[in-house]
Design a protein around this ligand. Structure first.
Ligand code: IMP
Ligand code: MG
Length: 192
């Protein structure tokens, strides 16, 4: 498996630049702020950041939002260190607050097959939140296996494996400031 600088040089061009991401994040943050503005005082928004991939996006997003909110974290896994979904979703870390009667916003990095979010949505709905919405930075509609309603989408992208801005390949490359496509040779090599 390629690691370190070798892996870094395997990212094919920048798909979405840092500045384009920042502008879009700003716009989504404003939209969300407007939509929750009237309820914010009585029902501070519960933002749930899905670790690890969404941590960079979520950190930027909440700083563009002007309303009372809390940030909590969940970790789920559906992937090993490969690039295709195993279809099995496991809650690795749960939130430690009661969301009954609260407005909840799930912040995710990317919707691929949709299996993770479909599962999470059902899992959290059972706790009877006042509302439950989903915000994802990236959406890969072509890869969808399970339909799930996403309320806020940063960018729709093609069916490529992407890295950077929080998204990883085998835990690396999260630190790239923009989003790039990982050369398929890399994971094809690893799958052999
Ligand atoms: P889903 O259950 O197939 O929708 O997978 C969602 C999760 O898979 C995301 O939260 C990511 O962690 C991971 N994932 C899916 N596609 C990519 C990608 O292109 N790059 C990095 N991670 C991805
Ligand atoms: Mg993820």
């Amino acid at each position: 498996m390629k690691k370190g600088l070798d892996l870094l040089s395997s990212v094919k061009s920048s798909l979405i630049s840092d500045s384009v991401i920042q502008r879009r994040v700003q716009a989504i943050g404003q939209q969300i702020s407007l939509e929750y503005r009237d309820e914010g005082e009585e029902y501070p928004l519960v933002v749930i950041c899905i670790l690890k991939g969404a941590f960079v996006f979520c950190a930027d997003l909440i700083r563009t939002m002007h309303l009372p909110l809390e940030v909590h974290f969940m970790a789920v896994s559906s992937y090993g260190d490969t690039t295709s979904s195993s279809g099995v979703v496991k809650i690795e870390k749960d939130i430690d607050i009661d969301i009954a009667g609260r407005n909840v916003l799930i912040v995710e990095d990317i919707v691929d097959t949709g299996l993770t979010l479909a599962y999470l949505k059902e899992f959290l709905s059972d706790r009877k939140p006042r509302s439950l919405s989903i915000c994802t930075l990236l959406d890969k509609p072509a890869a969808r296996e399970k339909e799930v309603k996403v309320d806020y989408v940063g960018f729709e992208i093609g069916d490529d494996f992407v890295v950077g801005y929080g998204l990883d390949y085998a835990q690396q490359l999260r630190n790239l400031s923009g989003i790039g496509i990982l050369k398929p040779e890399i994971y094809q090599e690893d799958e052999e």
